[in-house]
Write a protein that binds this ligand. Structure first.
Ligand code: DAH
Length: 347
């Protein structure tokens, strides 16, 4: 810089430019960027002036420094003022856009829950799991042999009529009962056996309390000296845990080809506690499952010595338990996937 006159005119030009730029500047971010550019030691209009100080002859240095400092302070003040004004406007805008009306009703977050059948199945599995039962996963497609014949229901046995079957071929079918799993377990495991087997079963049956697809859970215990007393003891624990304290079972004689003797198991009504109400049809008792002592023929057919071992078996309708527990009067409600219904049931 040859003389200070040249500097003075340069400073005037810089001032004019800053003034005009700041007049139209739109955001505090732009102010920041512009300030950074100006003050940049290498290329910035003000920054570079300061850097040039070294090249100024000694006698001019003081005057040069004073002028550059002046414009620097002046520019800072301009930037600060514009920056403060823009920041205030920006904050105001942000507060306005982010403001919330605390008087508005709260938005209820959508909450998912497990299907009632899954809830009941999990509860039942937990209860029997705590008694030492293991889970056996059967298959939905079975052979006629496992679903019927091995369970002492030979061809032409009238019991086959009790379970209208979906046949896939003369040999294969959709299992009508989880009891089929008993045979697989007894064929492959040696006593002591203690399993439950939950899963879907299928029957050509369709009304308010029957669905072509429904869910059951089989239970099987085989060991030395197992009797109906063990069955009732376990089921008493089960019904009390699932339906509530004080609920207990009653066994009634029945018939299933794969158990001898066979029983229907009723529970004391958990709604009226025996006084009589619509749920128990004023009898004080509700039928919940079929069970019995495993037929010796079935044990022997699976290669288990019936002179040494005995077994008990039971079949629980999971949907039936869910319907009773949650007061659902039509089994279809469990399978229609209507969230208004399913969302109400959460244990
Ligand atoms: N499988 C029978 C049904 O679907 C239920 C049943 C009854 C299972 C007695 C059993 C049993 O294990 O012992 O109707």
């Amino acid at each position: 810089m040859a003389d200070l006159n040249e500097l003075s005119s340069k400073l005037i030009a810089i001032k004019d430019e800053i003034t005009s730029q700041l007049k139209d500047i739109a955001s505090s971010k732009a102010v920041y960027e512009y300030r950074k550019t100006l003050m940049d030691a290498k290329n910035g209009q003000i920054g570079s002036l300061m850097k040039e100080m070294g090249k100024i002859p000694n006698e001019l240095k003081a005057e040069y420094g004073k002028k550059v400092n002046e414009i620097k302070n002046w520019a800072q003040a301009q930037f600060d003022a514009v920056d403060a004004r823009l920041k205030e406007a920006e904050m105001k805008k942000r507060y306005e856009s982010e403001s919330i009306d605390v008087t508005l009703p709260a938005v209820k977050p959508a909450k998912g829950n497990l299907h009632p059948n899954t809830q009941v199945r999990n509860q039942i599995v937990d209860i029997f799991g705590s008694m030492g039962f293991q889970i056996f996963e059967g298959t939905e497609i079975e052979t006629d042999y496992y679903n019927f014949t091995a369970l002492n229901i030979p061809q032409d046995h009238p019991a086959r009529d009790m379970q209208d079957t979906f046949y896939l071929s003369p040999q294969f079918l959709l299992r009508t009962q989880t009891s089929a799993g008993q045979i697989h377990v007894m064929e492959t495991q040696k006593p002591p056996i203690k399993i439950i087997s939950p899963g879907k079963v299928f029957r050509s049956d369709d009304d308010a309390t029957h669905s072509p697809m429904f869910t059951q859970m089989e239970g099987l215990v085989v060991d030395k000296g197992i009797s109906l007393c063990d069955l009732q003891g376990m089921l008493d624990v089960f019904v009390e845990k699932i339906f509530g304290e004080g609920v207990h079972t009653r066994l009634r004689p029945s018939y299933f080809p794969f158990t001898e003797p066979s029983v229907e198991v009723d529970v004391s009504c958990f709604q009226c506690h025996g006084k009589g109400c619509p749920l128990c049809k004023h009898t004080g008792w509700i039928e919940v499952l079929g069970a019995g002592v495993v037929n010796k023929k079935v044990l022997e057919g699976c290669g288990i010595d019936s002179n040494v071992y005995s077994g008990i078996a039971f079949g629980i309708g999971i949907d039936r338990i869910a319907m009773l527990k949650y007061g659902i009067n039509n089994i279809k409600l469990l399978f229609e996937s209507d969230l208004r219904v399913l969302g109400q049931i959460d244990d």
